[in-house]
Design a protein around this ligand. Structure first.
Ligand SMILES: Cc1cc2nc3c(=O)[nH]c(=O)nc-3n(C[C@H](O)[C@H](O)[C@H](O)COP(=O)(O)OP(=O)(O)OC[C@H]3O[C@@H](n4cnc5c(N)ncnc54)[C@H](O)[C@@H]3O)c2cc1C
Length: 401
Protein backbone atom coordinates (compact mmCIF):
# COMPACT_ATOMS: atom_id res chain seq x y z
CA UNK A 1 0.00 0.00 0.00
CA UNK A 2 1.49 3.33 -1.08
CA UNK A 3 1.07 6.00 1.60
CA UNK A 4 3.20 8.60 -0.19
CA UNK A 5 1.40 11.94 -0.60
CA UNK A 6 0.66 13.08 -4.14
CA UNK A 7 1.78 16.53 -5.32
CA UNK A 8 -1.85 17.63 -5.10
CA UNK A 9 -2.14 16.45 -1.48
CA UNK A 10 1.13 18.12 -0.56
CA UNK A 11 -0.15 21.38 -2.05
CA UNK A 12 -3.37 20.97 -0.07
CA UNK A 13 -1.39 20.41 3.15
CA UNK A 14 0.50 23.63 2.45
CA UNK A 15 -2.78 25.48 1.80
CA UNK A 16 -4.28 24.36 5.15
CA UNK A 17 -1.06 25.12 7.03
CA UNK A 18 -0.79 28.60 5.53
CA UNK A 19 -4.46 29.42 6.10
CA UNK A 20 -4.23 28.41 9.76
CA UNK A 21 -1.02 30.32 10.41
CA UNK A 22 -2.46 33.42 8.69
CA UNK A 23 -5.69 33.26 10.68
CA UNK A 24 -4.57 32.07 14.12
CA UNK A 25 -3.30 35.55 14.85
CA UNK A 26 -4.55 38.58 16.79
CA UNK A 27 -7.49 37.74 19.06
CA UNK A 28 -7.58 34.11 17.81
CA UNK A 29 -3.95 33.41 18.78
CA UNK A 30 -4.91 33.42 22.46
CA UNK A 31 -7.20 30.44 21.82
CA UNK A 32 -4.41 28.09 20.73
CA UNK A 33 -4.54 24.78 22.59
CA UNK A 34 -7.87 25.47 24.33
CA UNK A 35 -10.82 23.07 24.57
CA UNK A 36 -11.17 19.36 23.80
CA UNK A 37 -11.97 16.38 26.04
CA UNK A 38 -11.45 17.28 29.69
CA UNK A 39 -11.10 20.98 28.80
CA UNK A 40 -14.44 21.83 27.21
CA UNK A 41 -15.04 24.56 29.79
CA UNK A 42 -12.22 26.64 28.30
CA UNK A 43 -13.28 29.76 26.35
CA UNK A 44 -16.43 28.19 24.93
CA UNK A 45 -17.91 31.37 23.48
CA UNK A 46 -14.62 32.44 21.94
CA UNK A 47 -14.12 28.98 20.42
CA UNK A 48 -17.67 29.13 19.06
CA UNK A 49 -16.76 32.43 17.35
CA UNK A 50 -13.57 30.83 15.94
CA UNK A 51 -15.63 27.88 14.64
CA UNK A 52 -17.95 30.32 12.87
CA UNK A 53 -14.89 32.04 11.41
CA UNK A 54 -13.79 28.62 10.06
CA UNK A 55 -17.30 28.14 8.64
CA UNK A 56 -17.19 31.53 6.89
CA UNK A 57 -14.08 30.32 5.08
CA UNK A 58 -15.42 26.85 4.22
CA UNK A 59 -13.40 24.91 6.79
CA UNK A 60 -16.24 23.10 8.59
CA UNK A 61 -17.77 19.77 7.51
CA UNK A 62 -14.81 19.37 5.15
CA UNK A 63 -15.63 15.73 4.37
CA UNK A 64 -19.32 16.26 3.58
CA UNK A 65 -20.41 16.30 -0.05
CA UNK A 66 -20.53 19.75 -1.63
CA UNK A 67 -24.28 19.47 -2.28
CA UNK A 68 -24.82 19.26 1.49
CA UNK A 69 -22.67 22.31 2.20
CA UNK A 70 -19.38 20.51 2.83
CA UNK A 71 -16.05 20.86 1.08
CA UNK A 72 -16.17 17.39 -0.52
CA UNK A 73 -12.57 16.53 0.42
CA UNK A 74 -11.12 13.14 -0.38
CA UNK A 75 -10.40 10.85 2.56
CA UNK A 76 -6.68 11.67 2.47
CA UNK A 77 -7.33 15.38 2.34
CA UNK A 78 -9.61 15.07 5.36
CA UNK A 79 -6.78 13.33 7.20
CA UNK A 80 -4.42 16.13 6.12
CA UNK A 81 -6.88 18.79 7.27
CA UNK A 82 -7.34 17.22 10.72
CA UNK A 83 -3.60 16.64 11.14
CA UNK A 84 -2.70 20.19 10.21
CA UNK A 85 -5.48 21.55 12.37
CA UNK A 86 -4.09 19.63 15.37
CA UNK A 87 -0.49 20.53 14.49
CA UNK A 88 -1.34 24.26 14.46
CA UNK A 89 -2.71 23.84 18.01
CA UNK A 90 -5.94 25.54 16.89
CA UNK A 91 -8.70 25.47 19.53
CA UNK A 92 -10.89 22.36 19.68
CA UNK A 93 -14.22 22.48 17.83
CA UNK A 94 -17.45 23.03 19.73
CA UNK A 95 -19.79 20.94 17.58
CA UNK A 96 -18.04 17.60 17.13
CA UNK A 97 -21.29 15.69 17.68
CA UNK A 98 -23.21 17.72 15.09
CA UNK A 99 -20.49 17.81 12.47
CA UNK A 100 -18.88 14.39 12.81
CA UNK A 101 -21.82 12.26 13.93
CA UNK A 102 -25.27 13.68 13.25
CA UNK A 103 -24.49 15.39 9.92
CA UNK A 104 -23.20 12.23 8.19
CA UNK A 105 -26.14 10.31 9.71
CA UNK A 106 -28.68 12.75 8.27
CA UNK A 107 -26.91 12.60 4.91
CA UNK A 108 -27.19 8.79 4.98
CA UNK A 109 -30.62 8.30 6.57
CA UNK A 110 -32.44 11.67 6.78
CA UNK A 111 -35.26 12.96 4.57
CA UNK A 112 -34.51 15.84 2.17
CA UNK A 113 -36.56 18.10 4.47
CA UNK A 114 -34.49 17.08 7.53
CA UNK A 115 -31.27 17.62 5.57
CA UNK A 116 -32.37 21.07 4.43
CA UNK A 117 -33.51 22.04 7.90
CA UNK A 118 -30.44 20.90 9.89
CA UNK A 119 -27.32 20.54 7.75
CA UNK A 120 -26.81 24.25 6.93
CA UNK A 121 -27.11 25.10 10.66
CA UNK A 122 -24.41 22.53 11.50
CA UNK A 123 -22.08 23.73 8.72
CA UNK A 124 -22.47 27.34 9.89
CA UNK A 125 -22.12 26.27 13.57
CA UNK A 126 -25.39 28.00 14.43
CA UNK A 127 -26.91 24.96 16.18
CA UNK A 128 -24.97 22.71 18.56
CA UNK A 129 -25.84 19.04 19.18
CA UNK A 130 -25.57 16.45 21.91
CA UNK A 131 -26.01 12.66 21.91
CA UNK A 132 -28.81 11.09 23.97
CA UNK A 133 -27.95 7.39 23.89
CA UNK A 134 -26.78 6.26 27.36
CA UNK A 135 -29.17 5.79 30.27
CA UNK A 136 -28.60 4.63 33.85
CA UNK A 137 -29.28 1.02 32.73
CA UNK A 138 -28.33 1.30 29.09
CA UNK A 139 -24.66 2.03 28.41
CA UNK A 140 -22.74 -0.85 26.88
CA UNK A 141 -26.13 -2.51 26.61
CA UNK A 142 -27.74 0.23 24.56
CA UNK A 143 -30.61 -2.01 23.44
CA UNK A 144 -31.96 -1.74 27.00
CA UNK A 145 -33.10 1.88 26.37
CA UNK A 146 -36.15 2.70 28.52
CA UNK A 147 -36.83 6.31 27.49
CA UNK A 148 -40.26 6.28 25.83
CA UNK A 149 -41.83 8.41 23.14
CA UNK A 150 -45.44 8.34 21.96
CA UNK A 151 -47.39 10.24 19.35
CA UNK A 152 -49.80 12.92 20.50
CA UNK A 153 -52.74 12.17 18.21
CA UNK A 154 -54.04 15.73 18.34
CA UNK A 155 -50.81 17.45 17.26
CA UNK A 156 -48.84 14.59 15.65
CA UNK A 157 -45.89 15.50 17.89
CA UNK A 158 -43.67 13.01 19.73
CA UNK A 159 -43.97 13.20 23.52
CA UNK A 160 -40.86 11.96 25.34
CA UNK A 161 -40.43 10.68 28.91
CA UNK A 162 -37.29 9.23 30.45
CA UNK A 163 -33.72 9.92 31.47
CA UNK A 164 -30.41 10.03 29.66
CA UNK A 165 -27.01 10.22 31.35
CA UNK A 166 -23.41 11.18 30.48
CA UNK A 167 -24.84 13.46 27.79
CA UNK A 168 -21.73 15.40 26.79
CA UNK A 169 -22.16 19.14 26.32
CA UNK A 170 -25.98 19.03 26.58
CA UNK A 171 -25.77 22.17 28.77
CA UNK A 172 -24.26 24.01 25.81
CA UNK A 173 -26.37 22.40 23.06
CA UNK A 174 -29.53 23.45 21.25
CA UNK A 175 -30.57 19.95 20.20
CA UNK A 176 -30.14 16.32 21.21
CA UNK A 177 -30.49 13.19 19.09
CA UNK A 178 -32.35 10.73 21.28
CA UNK A 179 -32.81 6.97 21.02
CA UNK A 180 -36.27 6.24 22.49
CA UNK A 181 -38.67 3.31 22.65
CA UNK A 182 -41.71 4.16 20.51
CA UNK A 183 -43.45 0.78 20.43
CA UNK A 184 -44.95 -0.08 23.82
CA UNK A 185 -44.05 -3.61 24.93
CA UNK A 186 -41.12 -3.86 22.51
CA UNK A 187 -37.77 -5.10 23.78
CA UNK A 188 -34.12 -4.93 22.78
CA UNK A 189 -33.36 -3.61 19.28
CA UNK A 190 -36.94 -3.58 18.02
CA UNK A 191 -39.33 -0.68 18.52
CA UNK A 192 -36.70 2.05 18.98
CA UNK A 193 -36.74 5.36 17.12
CA UNK A 194 -34.09 8.02 16.49
CA UNK A 195 -35.59 11.41 17.36
CA UNK A 196 -34.28 14.97 17.00
CA UNK A 197 -35.31 16.89 20.11
CA UNK A 198 -34.93 20.61 20.92
CA UNK A 199 -33.46 21.10 24.40
CA UNK A 200 -34.78 24.59 24.98
CA UNK A 201 -38.26 23.66 26.29
CA UNK A 202 -40.10 23.13 29.54
CA UNK A 203 -40.13 19.32 29.41
CA UNK A 204 -36.33 19.08 29.38
CA UNK A 205 -34.11 19.46 32.42
CA UNK A 206 -30.33 19.34 31.99
CA UNK A 207 -28.38 18.67 35.18
CA UNK A 208 -24.59 19.00 34.87
CA UNK A 209 -22.48 16.28 36.54
CA UNK A 210 -19.50 17.56 38.54
CA UNK A 211 -16.27 15.86 37.41
CA UNK A 212 -13.06 14.93 39.18
CA UNK A 213 -11.19 17.06 36.63
CA UNK A 214 -13.31 19.99 37.92
CA UNK A 215 -16.03 21.49 35.74
CA UNK A 216 -18.91 19.62 34.13
CA UNK A 217 -18.73 18.36 30.59
CA UNK A 218 -21.52 15.88 30.72
CA UNK A 219 -25.00 15.85 32.16
CA UNK A 220 -28.07 13.98 33.21
CA UNK A 221 -30.95 14.93 30.90
CA UNK A 222 -34.52 14.41 32.10
CA UNK A 223 -37.42 14.36 29.61
CA UNK A 224 -40.81 14.89 31.20
CA UNK A 225 -43.47 15.27 28.54
CA UNK A 226 -40.87 16.86 26.27
CA UNK A 227 -42.01 17.40 22.70
CA UNK A 228 -40.66 17.32 19.23
CA UNK A 229 -42.31 17.64 15.85
CA UNK A 230 -43.83 14.48 14.28
CA UNK A 231 -41.50 14.61 11.27
CA UNK A 232 -38.30 14.73 13.34
CA UNK A 233 -37.76 10.98 13.41
CA UNK A 234 -34.77 9.81 11.36
CA UNK A 235 -35.50 6.61 9.46
CA UNK A 236 -38.74 4.75 10.02
CA UNK A 237 -40.40 4.90 13.45
CA UNK A 238 -39.50 1.69 15.32
CA UNK A 239 -36.44 1.09 13.10
CA UNK A 240 -34.09 3.49 14.87
CA UNK A 241 -31.55 0.84 15.89
CA UNK A 242 -30.07 0.75 12.40
CA UNK A 243 -29.77 4.56 12.36
CA UNK A 244 -28.22 4.59 15.85
CA UNK A 245 -25.63 1.99 14.82
CA UNK A 246 -24.95 3.82 11.54
CA UNK A 247 -24.09 6.90 13.59
CA UNK A 248 -21.64 4.94 15.75
CA UNK A 249 -19.80 3.95 12.56
CA UNK A 250 -19.09 7.64 11.95
CA UNK A 251 -17.87 8.05 15.55
CA UNK A 252 -14.64 6.20 14.76
CA UNK A 253 -14.05 8.16 11.55
CA UNK A 254 -11.33 10.25 10.00
CA UNK A 255 -11.29 13.09 12.52
CA UNK A 256 -9.91 10.74 15.19
CA UNK A 257 -6.72 10.47 13.14
CA UNK A 258 -5.93 14.12 13.75
CA UNK A 259 -5.83 13.38 17.45
CA UNK A 260 -2.61 11.37 17.07
CA UNK A 261 -0.92 14.70 16.31
CA UNK A 262 -2.34 16.10 19.57
CA UNK A 263 -1.12 12.95 21.37
CA UNK A 264 2.40 13.52 19.99
CA UNK A 265 2.33 17.04 21.42
CA UNK A 266 1.24 15.71 24.82
CA UNK A 267 4.07 13.16 24.75
CA UNK A 268 6.55 15.92 23.85
CA UNK A 269 5.35 17.90 26.88
CA UNK A 270 5.88 14.88 29.16
CA UNK A 271 9.40 14.41 27.75
CA UNK A 272 10.11 18.13 28.25
CA UNK A 273 9.05 17.86 31.90
CA UNK A 274 11.24 14.79 32.36
CA UNK A 275 14.21 16.78 31.03
CA UNK A 276 13.45 19.68 33.37
CA UNK A 277 12.87 17.75 36.59
CA UNK A 278 15.56 15.12 36.05
CA UNK A 279 13.17 12.19 35.60
CA UNK A 280 14.87 11.60 32.25
CA UNK A 281 17.82 10.11 34.15
CA UNK A 282 15.67 7.24 35.40
CA UNK A 283 16.40 4.38 32.95
CA UNK A 284 12.98 2.80 33.44
CA UNK A 285 11.17 6.07 32.64
CA UNK A 286 13.41 6.63 29.60
CA UNK A 287 12.47 3.19 28.37
CA UNK A 288 8.75 3.84 28.86
CA UNK A 289 8.92 7.20 27.08
CA UNK A 290 10.73 5.63 24.13
CA UNK A 291 8.11 2.89 24.05
CA UNK A 292 5.29 5.50 23.98
CA UNK A 293 6.97 7.18 21.01
CA UNK A 294 7.28 3.89 19.10
CA UNK A 295 3.74 2.79 19.84
CA UNK A 296 2.28 6.09 18.69
CA UNK A 297 4.07 5.77 15.35
CA UNK A 298 2.68 2.24 14.98
CA UNK A 299 -0.86 3.41 15.86
CA UNK A 300 -0.73 6.18 13.25
CA UNK A 301 0.50 3.79 10.56
CA UNK A 302 -2.18 1.28 11.47
CA UNK A 303 -4.86 3.97 11.33
CA UNK A 304 -3.79 5.14 7.88
CA UNK A 305 -3.78 1.58 6.59
CA UNK A 306 -7.16 0.86 8.18
CA UNK A 307 -8.69 3.99 6.65
CA UNK A 308 -7.39 2.99 3.24
CA UNK A 309 -8.93 -0.48 3.67
CA UNK A 310 -12.27 0.92 4.81
CA UNK A 311 -12.27 3.48 2.00
CA UNK A 312 -11.47 0.80 -0.57
CA UNK A 313 -14.24 -1.43 0.84
CA UNK A 314 -11.59 -4.01 1.79
CA UNK A 315 -11.88 -3.95 5.59
CA UNK A 316 -13.96 -7.12 5.74
CA UNK A 317 -11.71 -8.83 3.21
CA UNK A 318 -8.78 -8.06 5.53
CA UNK A 319 -10.60 -9.57 8.52
CA UNK A 320 -12.69 -6.52 9.55
CA UNK A 321 -12.76 -4.80 12.90
CA UNK A 322 -10.48 -1.89 11.92
CA UNK A 323 -12.51 0.64 13.97
CA UNK A 324 -12.43 -1.53 17.11
CA UNK A 325 -8.71 -2.24 16.80
CA UNK A 326 -7.94 1.48 16.38
CA UNK A 327 -10.15 2.47 19.34
CA UNK A 328 -8.53 -0.16 21.59
CA UNK A 329 -5.04 0.85 20.53
CA UNK A 330 -5.32 4.63 20.91
CA UNK A 331 -7.44 4.59 24.08
CA UNK A 332 -5.05 2.25 25.89
CA UNK A 333 -2.04 4.20 24.64
CA UNK A 334 -3.48 7.52 25.82
CA UNK A 335 -4.44 6.16 29.24
CA UNK A 336 -0.91 4.78 29.65
CA UNK A 337 0.51 8.17 28.66
CA UNK A 338 -1.44 9.69 31.56
CA UNK A 339 0.17 7.18 33.94
CA UNK A 340 3.68 7.83 32.56
CA UNK A 341 3.04 11.59 32.89
CA UNK A 342 2.29 11.16 36.60
CA UNK A 343 5.38 9.04 37.14
CA UNK A 344 7.47 11.70 35.41
CA UNK A 345 5.87 14.43 37.56
CA UNK A 346 6.64 12.45 40.73
CA UNK A 347 5.47 14.08 43.97
CA UNK A 348 4.46 17.28 42.15
CA UNK A 349 1.80 15.26 40.34
CA UNK A 350 0.01 14.70 43.64
CA UNK A 351 -0.57 18.40 44.35
CA UNK A 352 -3.34 20.33 42.61
CA UNK A 353 -3.03 24.09 42.37
CA UNK A 354 -5.26 25.85 44.83
CA UNK A 355 -7.52 28.35 43.09
CA UNK A 356 -9.71 29.57 45.92
CA UNK A 357 -12.93 27.63 46.42
CA UNK A 358 -11.91 24.97 43.93
CA UNK A 359 -8.69 23.44 42.64
CA UNK A 360 -6.92 23.68 39.34
CA UNK A 361 -5.08 20.91 37.51
CA UNK A 362 -2.03 21.26 35.32
CA UNK A 363 -2.14 19.80 31.80
CA UNK A 364 -0.62 16.48 32.84
CA UNK A 365 -2.80 15.96 35.89
CA UNK A 366 -5.81 16.62 33.66
CA UNK A 367 -4.42 14.21 31.06
CA UNK A 368 -4.01 11.51 33.71
CA UNK A 369 -7.52 11.89 35.11
CA UNK A 370 -9.45 12.46 31.91
CA UNK A 371 -7.72 9.72 29.93
CA UNK A 372 -9.35 7.21 32.31
CA UNK A 373 -12.51 7.95 30.28
CA UNK A 374 -10.92 7.04 26.93
CA UNK A 375 -11.36 3.31 27.45
CA UNK A 376 -15.03 3.81 28.38
CA UNK A 377 -16.73 6.24 25.99
CA UNK A 378 -17.40 5.41 22.34
CA UNK A 379 -17.65 1.74 23.38
CA UNK A 380 -15.53 0.43 26.27
CA UNK A 381 -12.45 -1.77 25.79
CA UNK A 382 -14.41 -4.84 26.83
CA UNK A 383 -17.11 -4.14 24.25
CA UNK A 384 -14.50 -3.60 21.50
CA UNK A 385 -12.92 -6.93 22.43
CA UNK A 386 -16.33 -8.62 22.33
CA UNK A 387 -16.88 -7.21 18.82
CA UNK A 388 -13.49 -8.53 17.69
CA UNK A 389 -13.99 -11.92 19.36
CA UNK A 390 -17.50 -12.55 18.10
CA UNK A 391 -17.78 -10.75 14.78
CA UNK A 392 -14.21 -10.87 13.50
CA UNK A 393 -12.69 -14.02 15.00
CA UNK A 394 -16.01 -15.92 14.99
CA UNK A 395 -15.62 -17.10 18.61
CA UNK A 396 -18.75 -18.31 20.44
CA UNK A 397 -20.99 -15.51 21.72
CA UNK A 398 -20.70 -14.78 25.41
CA UNK A 399 -23.79 -15.68 27.46
CA UNK A 400 -26.14 -12.67 27.71
CA UNK A 401 -28.14 -12.01 30.87
C1 LIG B 1 -16.33 11.21 28.94
C2 LIG B 1 -17.58 10.50 28.55
C3 LIG B 1 -18.47 11.09 27.69
C4 LIG B 1 -19.64 10.43 27.32
N1 LIG B 1 -20.52 11.08 26.49
C5 LIG B 1 -21.69 10.48 26.16
C6 LIG B 1 -22.66 11.16 25.36
O1 LIG B 1 -22.46 12.30 24.94
N2 LIG B 1 -23.82 10.56 25.08
C7 LIG B 1 -24.09 9.30 25.51
O2 LIG B 1 -25.16 8.78 25.19
N3 LIG B 1 -23.21 8.62 26.31
C8 LIG B 1 -22.02 9.19 26.63
N4 LIG B 1 -21.12 8.53 27.43
C9 LIG B 1 -21.48 7.23 27.99
C10 LIG B 1 -20.73 6.06 27.42
O3 LIG B 1 -21.19 5.75 26.13
C11 LIG B 1 -20.91 4.91 28.40
O4 LIG B 1 -20.23 5.26 29.60
C12 LIG B 1 -20.37 3.61 27.88
O5 LIG B 1 -21.13 3.15 26.80
C13 LIG B 1 -20.35 2.53 29.00
O6 LIG B 1 -21.62 2.43 29.58
P1 LIG B 1 -21.83 2.53 31.17
O7 LIG B 1 -21.09 3.72 31.66
O8 LIG B 1 -23.30 2.43 31.42
O9 LIG B 1 -21.09 1.25 31.75
P2 LIG B 1 -21.65 -0.24 31.75
O10 LIG B 1 -22.21 -0.54 30.42
O11 LIG B 1 -22.50 -0.44 32.94
O12 LIG B 1 -20.31 -1.06 31.94
C14 LIG B 1 -19.63 -1.15 33.19
C15 LIG B 1 -18.38 -2.03 32.98
O13 LIG B 1 -18.80 -3.35 32.57
C16 LIG B 1 -18.18 -3.70 31.33
N5 LIG B 1 -19.13 -4.45 30.51
C17 LIG B 1 -20.41 -4.08 30.21
N6 LIG B 1 -20.98 -5.00 29.40
C18 LIG B 1 -20.02 -5.96 29.19
C19 LIG B 1 -20.00 -7.16 28.41
N7 LIG B 1 -21.07 -7.55 27.71
N8 LIG B 1 -18.86 -7.89 28.42
C20 LIG B 1 -17.76 -7.48 29.12
N9 LIG B 1 -17.74 -6.35 29.88
C21 LIG B 1 -18.84 -5.60 29.89
C22 LIG B 1 -17.85 -2.36 30.68
O14 LIG B 1 -16.78 -2.50 29.74
C23 LIG B 1 -17.47 -1.51 31.88
O15 LIG B 1 -16.13 -1.77 32.24
C24 LIG B 1 -19.93 9.15 27.80
C25 LIG B 1 -19.02 8.53 28.68
C26 LIG B 1 -17.87 9.19 29.06
C27 LIG B 1 -16.91 8.50 30.01
Amino acid sequence: MDLTESAEDRAFREEVRTWLSDHLTGEWAALRGLGGPGREHEAHDERLAWNRHLADHGWTAVGWPVEHGGRGLSLWQQVIFHEEYARSNAPAGVNHLGEQLLGPTLIAFGTPAQQQRFLPEIVAVRELWSQGYSEPDAGSDLANVQTRARRDEATGEWVIDGQKVWTSLAHLSDWCFVVARTEPGSTRHAGLSFLLVPLEQEGVEVRPIEQLTSGSEFNEVFFTGARTSGDLVVGEPGRGWGVAMGLLGFERGVSTLGQTVGFARELDAVVARARTNGAIDDPVLRDRLARMKTELAVIRSYALRALALVEGGQDSAAGGGAGSIFKLAWATWHRTLGEVAMDVAGRDGLLARDSGASYDLDDQQRLFLFSRADTIYGGSDEIQRNILAERVLGLPKEPRG
